[in-house]
Design a protein around this ligand. Structure first.
Ligand code: ATP
Length: 230
């Protein structure tokens, strides 16, 4: 589970996130939505432990900066940045080494097949298309079977088959008890998946409700516009 308490982040003197609280339970997919500049990526980067900030962030009750929390976490950034001189397969061996996992080869093959990367395994990071980089970024983030996964605009650049696989994978991870936080503007893409909606505006979460707390059949887009217009 993800617990964020009193998160504030300033870039120079500008407050990007202000005293933000957020909670994502085990076995829950939370979508994080909000206008451009609302602070979604900053929040995700803070949870991933990539920024200095004020406040407390716990991942399955562990401080997010510790090694234990890192081993629980998978992060898919907004902009994939593969190592230009490593092949697709070398990226995955490197990640396995970094996380100290040994029995990963079957799962690695499964992921490569799932994303149609198995016949491109010898391509260098610097030779990959945007969509291929995104697929590799997702494979790298979930190879160690994390319990907490942060997705920053995961569907951008993906072909329809890959989108279908990412959605199937999100469901599977949720059903295995993982906590997923997904920032996206593509509300339709998450319509059949979300369990909780978190709406951010000007650095704050202004709305957090689970699907059960809302009227049945209400669409993400409708909820978003209703809240923003209030
Ligand atoms: P988008 O939907 O456009 O991706 P977002 O909700 O993810 O936006 P953030 O990227 O978190 O928003 O940005 C929040 C605020 O922080 C914005 O005002 C932005 O200009 C500012 N900001 C983000 N990154 C930096 C940075 N590295 N340096 C200075 N200001 C930044």
């Amino acid at each position: 589970m993800i617990e964020v308490k009193g998160l504030s982040k300033k870039y120079n003197k500008e407050l990007a996130v202000e005293n933000l609280d957020l909670f994502v339970d085990k076995g829950e997919i939370a979508v994080l939505v909000g206008p451009n500049g609302a602070g979604k990526s900053t929040t995700i980067k803070a949870i991933a432990g990539l920024l200095n900030y004020e406040g407390e962030i716990l991942l399955d009750s562990c401080d997010n900066k510790g090694v234990e929390a890192k081993s629980l976490l998978g992060y898919i950034p907004e902009m994939p940045s593969p190592f230009p001189l490593l092949t697709i397969e070398e990226h995955l061996h490197y990640i396995a080494k970094a996380y100290g996992i040994k029995d990963y080869k079957d799962y690695m093959e499964e992921l490569l097949k799932l994303f149609n990367l198995d016949d491109k395994r010898d391509k260098l990071g610097g030779e990959l298309s945007k969509g291929m980089q995104q697929k590799l970024s997702i494979c790298c983030a979930i190879l160690h079977k994390p319990k907490i996964i942060l997705f920053d605009e995961p569907m951008i650049g993906l072909d329809p088959m890959a989108i279908k696989e990412v959605k199937r994978m999100m469901k599977e991870l949720r059903d295995q008890g993982a906590s997923l936080l997904v920032s996206t503007h593509l509300l339709d893409s998450m319509e059949d998946l979300w369990d909780r909606i978190l709406i951010m505006k000007k650095g704050k979460v202004i709305f957090s409700k689970s699907r059960n707390e809302l009227s049945e059949g209400e669409k993400l887009e409708e909820i978003f516009f209703e809240v923003m217009e209030e």
